[in-house]
Structures are given as structure tokens and as C-alpha cells.
Design a protein around this ligand. Structure first.
Ligand code: SAM
Ligand code: DTB
Ligand code: SF4
Length: 343
């Protein structure tokens, strides 16, 4: 009997996928999608910033970095009651997962006590929980897992080669170390990146290769389209052909066939046509609700209308959970200046 080997996705192989004629790439992605998922079903995650602004890191895309003058006020950690009210509203609106983000380089040990109480409260509402709090030490990851945290989001953002153009205060290896700590603690990994920061196709392939070769690969893969915020170093990042975004989603589906591939930041700017192509390319999750962390998201009514036009539907953890009511506004989306895209 011959031993089977796990295929290894190299950046070269993925770059070749990205270069396929679009109909061929879409066909391969659709086959991978249909092997594991209902292609008409989309999972809804709702996002809340539980600690906004004033972050010590210098991520060049981020409106929450203290290094840039963007007009985002630094807040302290939100009270648990307010988080729970937002979580209930997200659940009522049809979300199955509640994702909470904090603008920290890394949480302090005393922060972990507070966020553990938040995790317990949100779980008790019957929602899946996800947090993104920056770098984690192994013992912090274990404490979050013990509190019942289902997913931890920590993105690699781009290829190892391009990374140094975007961030100087945290290394690629530190991100991988946090992902290992999350995995070791028994939580699901949510890890993806950003498209449109001036990187090349080879960098998009390099990011996907890093993700696909995590063993196991992430259960959840957010693909963000850069939101160009005035005041950040990437404010004037060059326009990217939106079909490159579609290609990236399709390749993500092929190399991580069982993952939830999430259309994340930048959906509003992508427009209905490109989003529809992304769903056909294997995207099966979105961030749903008025705001992302501090910038605006696609409108919930527009999302419902788009799903209806495409004959698609929302799924929850325990079966279908179609959106029933608009989520309550959690905080005013800050009127940051977001540059228009070419599409
Ligand atoms: N501070 C934590 C961290 O960096 O891990 C958690 C929050 S951070 C905002 C989560 C992710 O949001 C980043 O890794 C990045 O991929 C994405 N993100 C931030 N600003 C963005 C922007 N302007 N456009 C697209 N994605 C963005
Ligand atoms: C992810 O990959 N995208 C989300 C979530 N993980 C935390 C954040 C998007 C942020 C977009 C810009 C903002 O509103 O701050
Ligand atoms: Fe801080 Fe996260 Fe923004 Fe980087 S992406 S500046 S770590 S909040």
C-alpha cells in the first residue's frame, strides 16, 4: 500500500492558480466549495470594537494606531453590559457569531479577567464567540479557551516578503507564535489578510500559502479589501483590479476547502457585482452590521436585498437563521474619509 502525502501548497503553485483564466479558476473553486458546503448558504458574523483606538502598533492600514492622526478617540475597555446588549442585538438580527476586537498590541493579564467575563456572557446568549486582542501568551490563550472562547482572530495580513512594508512593531514570526498558542489551547483559528495594500500577485499567493500550510489550516479565513483611511500611511494605496480580489477568494477556497472564507472589510466599496462573484468563487461568510471596528460596513438592508436577489440565505450555528431585524446601532461609525475605489 502506498502512503498518501498531504499536498503542500507553495507560493508558486498558488500564483499559478491565481493566473488561471477566470472561468477555470472559478470552476475549480466552485467544485471545492460544493464538496464541503451548500453554495447558497452564508454565515453571518457581527463585529464590535470593545476597546477602540490608541494602539501602540504601527500597522500601516489601521485607523486605530496611535502612530497616525486619523481622528479616532482612544477609549477604555467597554463595560460587559454594553457588550452583551450589542451581542443580543446582533443575535436578534441573525448573526451566529459575535466577534469582538480590541486595539491592543497584546492584552495585559488583568485585561484577560475582564474579557473572560465578556466571553462567558456572550456565550450564555447562545452565540459563537470570537475575539481579536493582539498577541497572546500561551497561558492567556488557555484562560480564554477555559472561558469558552470559540475562535481567536489574528491575521498574517500579507506575505512574509511584503510584511515589512506595512508593519515594523511586530514580526511575522510573533504572529505565527500567537496562532500556535491559540491552536495549542484548543480554540478555532480565524486568520486571513488584506488585499490591495500595493502588494503583488506573488504576495497574495505567499499569504495564502502561509495560511494553507498552517497545520491544520484556519477554520475561518477573513479576506479584507483594504479600506483606505485618510491619515494612515496606506491612504493612497494604488487601486487594485477588483477581479484580483475575486481571484484571491477563489484561490483561498481551493487551498483551504473546508474553511469559512469571509468577505470582511471593504465589502461596501466592492459593490454588489464583485461580491456576487466572490460568493460564486467560494466566499461563504460576511461581517454583518452597520460598522466594522471603526469604519462603516455594507448596509444590512442592502445585504438582505443582495441575498434575496442572488437566491442565497444566511445560516446560523444551529441550522438556518435568516436575518429578522436590523441590529441596533452600537456606536456611530466614525465619519473617516475613505478613498473611493475604481469599481
Ligand atoms: N489589534 C488586534 C490585532 O491587530 O491583531 C485586533 C484588531 S485588528 C483591527 C484586526 C485586523 O483588521 C487586522 O489584522 C487587519 O487585517 C484588519 N484591518 C485593520 N484595518 C483595516 C483596514 N483599514 N482595511 C482592511 N482591513 C483592516
Ligand atoms: C478581520 O480580518 N477584519 C476585521 C476583523 N478581522 C477584526 C476588522 C476590519 C477592520 C476594518 C477597519 C476598521 O473599521 O477598523
Ligand atoms: Fe493595533 Fe491591531 Fe490596528 Fe495593528 S491592526 S494598529 S495591532 S489595532
Amino acid at each position: 500500500m502506498t502512503a498518501t502525502t498531504t499536498p503542500t501548497w507553495t507560493a508558486e503553485r498558488i500564483e499559478a492558480l491565481l493566473a488561471l483564466p477566470l472561468p477555470e479558476l472559478m470552476w475549480q473553486a466552485q467544485q471545492a466549495h460544493r464538496a464541503h458546503f451548500d453554495p447558497t448558504a452564508v454565515q453571518l458574523s457581527s463585529l464590535l470594537s470593545i476597546k477602540t483606538g490608541g494602539c501602540a502598533e504601527d500597522c500601516g492600514y489601521c485607523p486605530q494606531s496611535a502612530h497616525y492622526d486619523v481622528g479616532v478617540k482612544a477609549d477604555k475597555l467597554m463595560d460587559v453590559d454594553l457588550v452583551l446588549a450589542n451581542a443580543q442585538a446582533a443575535k436578534d438580527a441573525g448573526a451566529s457569531r459575535f466577534c469582538m476586537g480590541a486595539a491592543w498590541r497584546e492584552p495585559k493579564d488583568r485585561d484577560i479577567d475582564k474579557v473572560a467575563a465578556i466571553v462567558e456572557g456572550v456565550k450564555a446568549l447562545g452565540l459563537e464567540t470570537c475575539m481579536t486582542l493582539g498577541m497572546l501568551k500561551p497561558e492567556q490563550a488557555h484562560r480564554l479557551a477555559d472561558a469558552g472562547l470559540d475562535y481567536y482572530n489574528h491575521n498574517l495580513d500579507t506575505s512574509p516578503e511584503f510584511y515589512g512594508n506595512i508593519i515594523s512593531t511586530r514580526t511575522y514570526q510573533e504572529r505565527i507564535d500567537t496562532l500556535h498558542a491559540v491552536r495549542e489551547a484548543g480554540m478555532h483559528v480565524c486568520c486571513g489578510g488584506i488585499v490591495g495594500m500595493g502588494e503583488g500577485r506573488r504576495d497574495r499567493a505567499g499569504l495564502l500559502a502561509e495560511l494553507a500550510n498552517l497545520n491544520p489550516y484556519p477554520e475561518s479565513v477573513p479576506i479584507n479589501a483594504l479600506v483606505r483611511v485618510a491619515g494612515t500611511p496606506l491612504e493612497h494605496a494604488p487601486d487594485l483590479d477588483p477581479f484580483e480580489f475575486v481571484r484571491t477568494v477563489a484561490a483561498a477556497r481551493i487551498v483551504m476547502p473546508r474553511a469559512w472564507v469571509r468577505l470582511s472589510a471593504g465589502r461596501k466599496e466592492l459593490g454588489d457585482g464583485i461580491q456576487a462573484l466572490c460568493f460564486l468563487a467560494g466566499a461563504n461568510s460576511i461581517f454583518y452590521g452597520d460598522t466594522l471596528l471603526v469604519t462603516g460596513n455594507a448596509d444590512v438592508d442592502a445585504d438582505r436585498e443582495l441575498f434575496a436577489r442572488l437566491g442565497m440565505h444566511a445560516v446560523g450555528v444551529a441550522g438556518d437563521a435568516p436575518p429578522s431585524a436590523a441590529p441596533a446601532r452600537k456606536r456611530e461609525s466614525i465619519p473617516l474619509h475613505v478613498a473611493a475605489t475604481e469599481s
